[in-house]
Write a protein that binds this ligand. Structure first.
Ligand code: PMV
Length: 347
């Protein structure tokens, strides 16, 4: 991969960028770091289609400053976060210190409720930034461009590095060719699993009480951390081959185990916390009963929040939709019908 240091001498110039970038849902979770934004285990995810962030960025030379409009309103909290992220890049990209950023961004889904809004938001920002950097150097290699966007996304939010590609994406050193801890790599899955659906059961739209950053931190003192990292590496390898061979049962069983392990880590961390809500547990029971009664391969996973993602092959769309409308809709505040998507687009 081309390194960030190639941007050391670029000039501060006026620029406008505009990207739409999707959220992703991890099938094997990244939870715990072994250095600055380096994952303790490899993870893999499916990129979504309908849950995305659209970000317009414009900047002009001037003293370093960041202004953010989110859903049309000034957002000081986001501006501070983005300012602090951009400041971490100053050693390698010093021209940032001489740019005034205006960022106008919107999500198609609730922010901070554990539907990977940081993945879509920060990958959209990193893609805009990469556009600027690549507009000033000779290298026009597209795969370098996406690796750099993935690397810059990772430095903002680990899971965001997987959102710069469509389909199924892996991040972290693993048996997959070209895998890296610094950027994500897309991979092909069996044709029967290439169009999986994701129905998101929004149990609560409230912003989560403990951020993912704080959650990763709590893994440092966690009594089960080493066992979890060993398990995650094994689950990664088994999940990767099940996705490649089209084995939906293994994919589904691991999906649920990974989701529950993520939340078990939160609940058993020295400073314990719970992001699941009573309705999350009711939904889990209803999904399991439905699967046992009908044989339909619909499985749940969870991100760092109370909301369930129902993952199933496209051919079961109508049957799952009827089940969701009758049995799950009453305990949800919203339902988002999503599916595997093709990745970010420049607007
Ligand atoms: O990317 P971060 O630092 O917000 O961590 C989020 C990690 C999970 O979303 C909980 C799991 C994952 O791999 O996406």
């Amino acid at each position: 991969m081309s390194s960030l240091s190639q941007f050391r001498n670029i000039e501060p110039r006026a620029f406008e960028g505009h990207w739409r970038s999707p959220a992703n849902i991890a099938f094997v979770k990244y939870w715990g770091k072994k250095g600055h934004q380096i994952p303790a285990n490899p993870s893999l995810s499916m990129t979504l289609k309908e849950c995305y962030t659209e970000t317009k960025i414009s900047f002009v030379p001037g003293p370093f400053n960041v202004e953010v409009l989110f859903q049309g309103r000034r957002e000081e909290k986001f501006a501070l976060k983005i300012k602090s992220y951009l400041s971490t890049l100053l050693d390698e990209i010093p021209c940032i210190n001489e740019l005034q950023f205006k960022i106008d961004t919107m999500n198609t889904f609730p922010h901070g409720a554990g539907i990977a809004s940081s993945a879509s938001g920060l990958s959209a920002l990193a893609l805009c930034l990469t556009d600027y950097l690549y507009s000033q150097i000779e290298d026009k290699n597209l795969s370098h461009f996406y690796q750099m966007a993935s690397n810059l996304s990772r430095l903002a939010s680990g899971s965001a590095c997987r959102s710069v590609y469509g389909g199924f994406v892996s991040w972290g050193q693993s048996e997959l060719p070209y895998s890296s801890d610094e950027f994500a790599t897309p991979f092909e899955v069996h044709s029967s699993l290439a169009h999986l659906r994701d129905t998101v059961l929004v149990i609560s739209e409230n912003e989560k009480t403990v951020s993912s950053r704080a959650g990763h931190d709590r893994m440092k003192e966690h009594p089960f951390a080493d066992a979890r990292f060993i398990q995650a590496k094994k689950n990664y390898s088994v999940m990767l081959s099940a996705l490649k061979s089209g084995d939906m049962t293994t994919v589904g069983e691991l999906l649920e185990s990974e989701a529950l392990t993520l939340h078990a880590m939160m609940m058993t961390s020295p400073d314990s916390y719970t992001l699941l809500r009573p309705h999350s547990l009711s939904a889990i029971e209803l999904v399991r009963d439905f699967r046992n009664q009908t044989g339909i391969p619909v499985y749940f996973t969870l991100d760092a929040g109370p909301n369930l993602h129902l993952i199933y092959p496209e051919s079961y769309k109508d049957k799952v939709s009827t089940f969701v409308a009758h049995e799950l809709r009453p305990i949800c505040s919203n339902i988002i019908d999503d599916e595997c998507g093709k990745g970010p687009v420049r607007c």
